[in-house]
Design a protein around this ligand. Sequence first.
Ligand SMILES: Cc1ncc(COP(=O)(O)O)c(C=O)c1O
Length: 369
Amino acid sequence: MIEMTPPYTPYLDLKPLNDRFAQEDLVSFKEIHTSGRFIGGEYVDRFEKEFSTYCGTNHCIGTGNGLDALTIILKADVALGNLPQNASILVPAHTYIATFLSIIHAGMQPVPVDVEELTLTAGVLKNTTISYDAIVAVDIYGKLVKDEVYAFAKDKSLPIYCDTAQSHGAVNNKGVKSGNLARASAFSFYPTKNLGALGDAGAITTNDFELAAMCRKVANYGRESRFVNHVIGVNSRIDPLQAGFLLNRLPQLDVDNDRRVEIASYYYQHIDNKKVKLLPVDFLNNCVSHVFPTYVDNRKVFMDYLDHIGIGTSIHYEIPPHQQVAFKELNHLSFPVTEELHRTEVSLPCHPLLSNGDVDRIIKAVNAY
Ligand SMILES: Cc1ncc(COP(=O)(O)O)c(C=O)c1O
C-alpha cells in the first residue's frame, strides 16, 4: 500500500490569510493611487477613527511601526514634562527586544524585572526594590496584563504604558479592550500580527488629549505647523496604503481572534504529554492567542520531530533581551523565570485558517512525542 504523506502545516502562512482580502485591497490600492494623496489623507483618518472606536479610546495616531509607536509615546511624555529625560522604565524581562529598544531610543533606561509565569504581576512589582519613573507593561502572546498591575501603578501614581503589539482585540473581565487600559498603548501591525498590514505599520491609542496631540507632533518631525518645529520629532507615519489594507481587515479581527481562542482552548483540552508543558490554564483568560506556547526540555528534538511529520513550529523567543550582545550592560542580570521560558519555548500553529483536522493532527503528533 502507498503511504500518503499528509500536507505540510506551516507555522503560519501569510499568503492565504491575506488572499481573503485581495479584492478589497485592490480597490483600496486603486482609490489611493487615483487620489494622488500618499501621506495622510482620508484613509489614514478613517483608519485612526475606526481603530480608536474599536479599542474604545478617544484617540488613535498611526505610526510607521510598533517600535516607533512606543518610542513616540515615551518621547511625547518627556516633551509634556510627565517623564524626566533619561527616565528609568520598569519593563518585563520577558518580551520581544523591541520593547527594550523603544525605551533606549527615547533616551531612557530599561529596568528589567523577572515575570511571574509569563507577564508582570502586582506581586512582581511589590517585590521590586529598584526605583523607576514609569512602567511599560507587555501583553505578551496576546495575553492582557492583569488589572492588578494597572491598579498598582495608579496607587503609586506611576505612569503606565502598554506594549500591545500582540494583543489587538483582547478584552479584560470588565469588557475593556487592549489599547484602552494604559495611559497610552503601542500597537504593531507587522504582517504576522492578529491585525496585520502588508508591510510595516503601527499605532498609538490613548484617552489623553494632550498626549495624543504631542504624539502626533513627535511622529511628524515635531512640527507645530508646516515650518515651525516645537519638539525634536521623528518621521513615523502610517501609510495611506497600509491604513487602507488595515481597514479591510479590521471587521474580521474579532472573528479571527475567536478562532484563535477556540484552537488554543482545544489544545488545552487535548494536549496530554508530560514532556510538553503548557502554562497554567489561566493563560487562556483575557488572551487573543497571538502565540500558543508550549515548553519542552530539548526543543530542537521536538521541533525536528514535528517538522518531519509535517508540522511547522516557531520560537518566541530564543534569547531574552538582557542576554543579547546588543545590551552588554544588562548581561550580568539574571531572571530565572524568563530564562527558562526562553530556553524551552516552542510555539505551535495557532491561526484562524487552521482546520479542525489540522488541529487534531497537531494534537495527535504532540501527544505521540
Ligand atoms: C512585543 C512586541 N513589541 C514591539 C514590537 C515591534 O513592532 P514592529 O515590528 O511593528 O516595530 C513587536 C513586533 O514585532 C512585538 O512583538
